[in-house]
Design a protein around this ligand. Structure first.
Ligand code: CTP
Length: 434
């Protein structure tokens, strides 16, 4: 019996997939098909797959051509699969010409010509979501550059609300007014200063547009509740763009802590600091270390200890001379403490420590974009490093997730409404107390 194997993502199954499966099967008697998992796809830079692993596996099975369908989860698995199943022929499309020659050591390798004129990327691009940008925050440059590599998203339209500080070449169309932009888009990315965000978000939602907004979305809890209620009534997404939340390593860290790996959490110590963008923000009221860093710094605390601390205290240095502010927050929960240090125009070790009754987790600086963390115990031989690759500091995943939530009308589980609302009410308390 001649055994044949092939691999692919098989997203939105199309004729090209069916053709290669048929031709692969025709080369032998028994066909194995490996379908890539989401994590494996992310690690090789393919991040915007539309269907889940189960849906894609079911799609391949439904063709009735494959005899066995299984997930492909890690680099090097092909060799394992080929050896374990005594495979005779490895088949793949000609877009991979030469890439799998190393498998010739184990079996015959055949590259088959691709079917012309169809691909999963093309199908994903058929219903492109247009996201216009409003504001002039330098952070928009990164997000827009990242969007270029994600099919199904178009982010080339913008309106600037201040002196131009973002690279013009990034945009295809620059509009004269926000109203004009809103007419031409499905969604808006609000990259404006904190105190302008409420008006932009509200207007977009009232015009029936989905919103993705830099954090903090607003500086008051009443405004936050109002915006979410408009969004919900109109079945629109209001997405809080705290990019750390979309980092694979950060979401794994949260699961590991909740799974009890370090026992009961007793203390969280967070530091965030930067010297970046000082020129842009120094003349602005309400733009300080807390409005700049607060949402990110609060994220691990609110996710792990919850959104209802028993008490919260603030202290700030230089809160009048905005650019150099340094803010400290002390939070007390029923049986845990959190301490947050935030500096803008001050530099410090930006690490994160989560201490528990069995051990602690250490995330090195800059923790908010780290792909690495360590679980540490008193017996250091038990320490466990964790590494999870993310593309572009979580930005790609954020955009992909936004578009998925828009299409499927799903809730954003990376940053849920409770977190955004808690951040806005803590912002409000801080502005009142300082
Ligand atoms: N394939 C093919 N003809 C096509 C598209 C895909 O023969 N028109 C083959 C690929 O060469 C590969 C298998 O089908 O051997 C699975 O490919 P996959 O990457 O899942 O599909 P694509 O449509 O190429 O996906 P994308 O557009 O995301 O790259």
């Amino acid at each position: 019996m001649i055994k044949v194997i092939t691999y692919g993502t098989f997203d939105l199954l199309h004729q090209g997939h069916v053709n290669i499966l048929k031709r692969a099967k025709a080369l032998g008697d028994y066909l194995y098909v490996g379908v890539t998992t989401e994590n494996y796809d992310v690690s090789r830079g393919k991040i915007n797959v539309r269907q889940s692993l189960m849906e894609r596996i079911e799609g391949v099975k439904a063709t009735g051509i494959a005899d066995e369908v299984f997930p492909e989860e890690y680099v090097g698995q092909k060799i394992d699969d080929i050896k374990r199943n005594n495979i005779d022929v490895f088949v793949i499309g000609s877009d991979w010409e030469g890439k799998f020659d190393y498998l010739r050591e184990y079996c015959k390798v055949i590259y088959l010509p691709r079917t012309e004129g169809v691909s999963s990327s093309m199908l994903r691009s058929d219903d492109t979501i247009v996201i216009g940008t409003v504001g002039s925050d330098p952070s928009m440059e990164k997000l827009i550059a990242v969007s270029r590599d994600i099919d199904g998203i178009e982010m080339g339209r913008a309106v600037f609300d201040e002196e131009y500080r973002v690279k013009n070449s990034l945009f295809d169309t620059v509009y004269g007014s926000y109203d004009e932009l809103l007419k031409d888009v499905d969604a808006v990315y609000v990259a404006a200063r904190p105190q302008k965000r409420y008006d932009y978000v509200k207007k977009a939602l009232l015009c029936g547009k989905h919103v993705i907004c830099n954090s903090p979305v607003v500086l008051s809890s009443a405004q936050c509740r109002e915006l979410f209620s408009i969004a919900e009534k109109n079945k629109l997404q209001l997405f809080d763009s705290i990019k750390t939340a979309y980092l694979l390593s950060f979401s794994r860290l949260i699961l590991i802590v909740k799974g009890g790996a370090i026992g009961d959490v007793k203390s969280i110590d967070v530091t965030c600091s930067s010297l970046e963008y000082i020129d842009w923000i120094k003349d602005t009221e309400y733009f300080n270390s807390f409005t700049d860093w607060g949402a990110i710094a609060l994220l691990p605390v609110l996710k792990i200890l919850g959104v209802e601390p028993k008490s919260i205290r603030f202290a700030a240095l230089d809160s009048e001379s905005i650019a150099n502010a340094f803010t400290k927050i002390s939070m007390e929960y029923d049986s845990a403490f959190a301490t947050i240090n935030m500096g803008l125009g001050v530099k410090s070790e930006g690490d994160l420590r989560i201490s528990g009754t069995k051990g602690y987790i250490y995330v090195p600086a800059p923790w908010w974009k780290s792909e690495y963390f360590e679980i540490r115990y008193e017996d250091s031989s038990l320490n466990k490093p964790h590494y999870y690759k993310s593309d572009n500091e979580g930005l790609s995943m954020e955009l992909v997730h936004f578009v998925r939530c828009v299409r499927e009308n799903e809730n954003n589980f990376y940053v849920d409404k409770k977190i955004t609302t808690a951040v806005s009410s803590i912002m409000e308390m801080m502005t009142r107390d300082l």
